[in-house]
Design a protein around this ligand. Structure first.
Ligand code: PMV
Length: 333
């Protein structure tokens, strides 16, 4: 094996993924709904994979050694990439060093950029001959949203129907230069840890009476949103994006026990986005499994929208992100 470094950007889903297929091998990590995302510039993870000279795996994130579940997830993922590369024998021990380049103000989870960067760096380190679709399918097994971070710009991940997941593939719908929009990350609070996405999705699937409705209606959102992106029509995309977000959160809230990721400031920021819209600024929001609000606006309205959202009491920071590039990899000497 050789040494390689990969950089992957984070992404935010405009049409959400929430829920895993129950009819397939859990290790495939297949989504129950397709999703459509925007890859974001300036929110990247840089990961280096090197052979370990002492024959033992060693993993670090931002200079801090990892153990327990995070380390197990990385080791399992390296095993998957090794197996996908079709290489014989056992996987060599690896040193993995990862750095998150997220503005400290962003308050975003990094599993999407993290597993995308790890997949690309490990594949290059193992000299695996895998195309982007294969890299994306591997990244998905680390974290569903990571499948989308292999590509830049607007990315669609289809659910597929086959039991082996071979038709669950991500593809770029339009590159980062297709449309001059910005995504604002409105950080509302730093609080105690949320319920993680895997646990939250399972709770929602098994207990929420709205879960089936969420799954059954998401495909139509995906198709309509994809068309709106291609047409660069924010006033068609925005309402679908908000509908997808609120349907997902309604299904979450109806779980037992309930999943409520919002804080009071989250609700205040939602109303501020709607007030902005009433005042003529085409701003539309989405919210992930956390308290922050993400707002899509045309690039020339980003400063105005960010300024208004910064005035909401409890908002800690607002950062502005352009569409970002695909993951990239370099082989190190
Ligand atoms: O990739 P995961 O397992 O962290 O799940 C991501 C789920 C959401 O962020 C809520 C939605 C999405 O599509 O990214």
């Amino acid at each position: 094996m050789r040494s390689a470094r990969a950089t992957a950007c984070s992404n935010i889903a405009l049409v959400k993924y929430w829920g895993k297929r129950a009819d397939t091998d859990p290790d495939l990590n297949l989504p129950d709904v397709g999703s459509l995302s925007l890859t974001l510039a300036d929110l990247a993870t840089v990961t280096t994979v090197r052979p370990a000279v002492d024959g033992r795996d060693h993993f670090e994130l931002d200079g801090v050694p990892l153990d327990g579940r995070p380390a197990r997830r990385i080791a399992e993922h390296l095993d998957r990439v090794w197996a996908a590369a079709g290489l014989r024998g056992s996987r060599p021990a690896c040193v993995v060093e990862s750095e998150n380049h997220l503005p400290t103000a962003a308050g975003l989870a990094s599993s999407a950029s993290g597993f995308a960067a790890l997949t690309c760096a490990a594949a290059a380190a193992f000299e695996a001959d895998l195309d982007d679709a294969a890299l994306s399918a591997l990244a998905r097994r680390g974290s569903g949203s990571a499948a989308r971070s292999i590509f830049g710009g607007f990315v669609r991940l289809d659910r597929g129907v086959r039991p082996d997941g071979s038709d669950c593939v991500a593809r770029p719908v339009a590159g980062p230069d297709h449309w001059d929009v910005r995504l604002l990350v409105v950080r509302t609070t730093t609080g105690p840890k949320k319920v993680g996405s895997t646990e939250g999705m399972e709770r929602c699937r098994t207990t929420s009476p709205y879960y089936r409705a969420w799954v059954e209606t998401s495909e139509a959102d995906l198709d309509a949103a994809t068309e709106a992106v291609l047409d660069r029509d924010i006033d068609r995309l925005g309402p679908i994006m908000e509908h997808s977000c609120f349907k997902m959160h309604a299904a979450m809230m109806a779980s037992r026990p309930p999943l409520l990721y919002w804080k009071g400031t989250t609700v205040d920021a939602i109303h501020e986005v709607w007030a902005l819209r009433e005042a003529g600024c085409p701003a539309y929001l989405t919210i992930d499994a956390g308290p922050h609000v993400k707002v899509l606006v045309p690039a020339n309205r980003a400063d105005e929208a960010a300024g208004r959202l910064r005035t909401v009491p409890g908002v800690e920071a607002v950062t502005i992100h352009a569409p970002g590039p695909a993951a990239r990899v370099e082989v190190l000497p």
